[in-house]
Design a protein around this ligand. Structure first.
Ligand SMILES: Cc1cc2nc3c(=O)[nH]c(=O)nc-3n(C[C@H](O)[C@H](O)[C@H](O)COP(=O)(O)OP(=O)(O)OC[C@H]3O[C@@H](n4cnc5c(N)ncnc54)[C@H](O)[C@@H]3O)c2cc1C
Length: 287
């Protein structure tokens, strides 16, 4: 990621208000929910946007004075829990294995964020991105698909439409996968933010976990999307349905496969997909 491709005129300090582990303490995957507050002025953002985090260097590997990474905003536009000056992000602590030495190294930005204590300040820039956004029309149908921290923008979407907009008339579907039930962020025993909406008539959430988590097998998104392909296919053919895919790229492939299977052929899906893209009703936020 090239730091200089991003507009840094909005560079500012943000204070860590709270940091909470949202995967259980005994789970090897650590994901944290951080609530931040820009120090000087209010930051205007909308759901689906990301902030840039700059880790002060020097960093030998990347050769930059700062190490720059993007994180999706997980709170809706009126702020975390209605506090207008705050916003949240959800960060997975990353490690990587060096090809040559075989040693495990911590990812720079994710560890910087996961180690940050309440009261510390970090440098942020943005918000960035505008295509991945909630439709204005509350009768629109929304299909959201993601794994892992890809849930962050969808938490913001769901909170915005049910809490800030006061409800949604269109159908809302969330397909979400994680390695284990406890890694289903915001839907596990640690945080239940998204389970709160299960009772509303328009919202349905579907969850997939890995069939063999100990062998690092990914969540079974393919099966989940296949099982619900008929209803989703009916939805995506409607002129007011919006599709969003976030997180790792596998769910995008799984979704395409499920749609082709139910459409009957690749060209039949392509025709619908083209229309979704041309009309600005299909957006991906993959990393
Ligand atoms: C639009 C967008 C939204 C995102 N949203 C989120 C989010 O909500 N939550 C989240 O957790 N993540 C999110 N990400 C991912 C995030 O930006 C980072 O990529 C991730 O946290 C890893 O960054 P890092 O600085 O910790 O790791 P890095 O230090 O950048 O390491 C990442 C990779 O760099 C390479 N590398 C680094 N150091 C070395 C080395 N010494 N030798 C060899 N290779 C090396 C490795 O391939 C490694 O896998 C998002 C990404 C994008 C693009």
């Amino acid at each position: 990621m090239n730091l200089y491709e991003y507009d840094l005129s909005s560079l500012r300090a943000a204070r860590v208000l709270t940091t909470e582990r949202i995967t259980p303490g005994d789970d090897p995957v650590e994901v944290r929910h951080l609530v931040l507050e820009p120090e000087d002025d209010h930051m205007n953002y909308v759901e689906g946007q990301s902030i840039g985090v700059l880790v002060p260097g020097p960093h030998d590997l990347f050769g930059d004075a700062y190490h720059f990474r993007l994180y999706s905003i997980a709170s809706p536009r009126r702020g975390e829990n209605g506090f207008p000056d705050s916003f949240s992000i959800c960060v997975r602590r990353c490690y990587y294995i060096d090809d040559v030495s075989g040693e495990r190294y911590p990812g720079l930005a994710s560890n910087y964020l996961c180690n940050a204590e309440p009261g510390e300040t970090i440098q942020i820039a943005g918000p960035y991105g505008s295509r991945f956004s909630v439709p204005d029309d509350s009768t629109a149908n929304i299909v959201m698909i993601g794994v892992g921290t890809g849930i962050a923008p969808f938490r913001a979407f769901v909170k915005h439409i049910y809490e800030e907009r006061g409800g949604w008339k269109g159908q809302v579907r969330l397909f979400y996968g994680a390695k284990t039930g406890m890694e289903l962020l915001y839907m596990n025993d640690v945080r239940r933010d998204l389970s709160l909406y299960y009772d509303t008539t328009s919202f349905k959430a579907f969850e997939a976990v890995s069939p063999r988590p100990h062998f690092d097998v990914p969540p079974d998104m393919e099966r989940l999307l296949m099982e619900n392909a008929k209803e989703t296919w009916d939805l995506v053919q409607q002129p007011n349905t919006y599709v969003y895919i976030a997180g790792l790229s596998d769910p995008a492939r799984n979704f395409r496969k499920a749609m082709i299977s139910v459409a009957g052929s690749e060209p039949a899906w392509q025709a619908v997909y083209q229309k979704l893209v041309e009309q600005g009703r299909y957006a991906e936020l993959l990393y």
